[in-house]
Design a protein. Structure first.
Length: 94
């Protein structure tokens, strides 16, 4: 299992929804790559942005990696909700 950043949303990075098809993901990647590729965009942040877009594409276009990513995100969301609920009640009671 590959661990992914908890603060990095690959779907958001590509501007696609969680149920996007591989064609939608590929189209979004190509559109963003044309904008952010360092050879075309000379802005300081272009290279870093392009790397994030490429990383998101590489994970989401591969079915197995995408399943793992979605599973990890779901587990993290469940843990976060559980932790926040627990700390909320501890704060209220304490």
């Amino acid at each position: 299992m590959v661990l992914h950043s908890t603060t990095f949303d690959y779907y958001k990075e590509l501007g696609v929804h969680r149920h996007a098809t591989s064609n939608e993901i590929r189209t979004a990647y190509k559109r963003l790559a044309l904008i952010w590729h360092p050879d075309r965009n000379k802005a300081k942040e272009a290279e870093e942005k392009f790397k994030k877009i490429k990383q998101a594409y590489d994970i989401l276009i591969d079915e197995q990696q995408r399943r793992e990513y979605d599973h990890e995100q779901q587990q993290q969301q469940s843990w976060f909700e559980k932790t926040n609920r627990t700390s909320f009640y501890q704060t209220k009671e304490g």
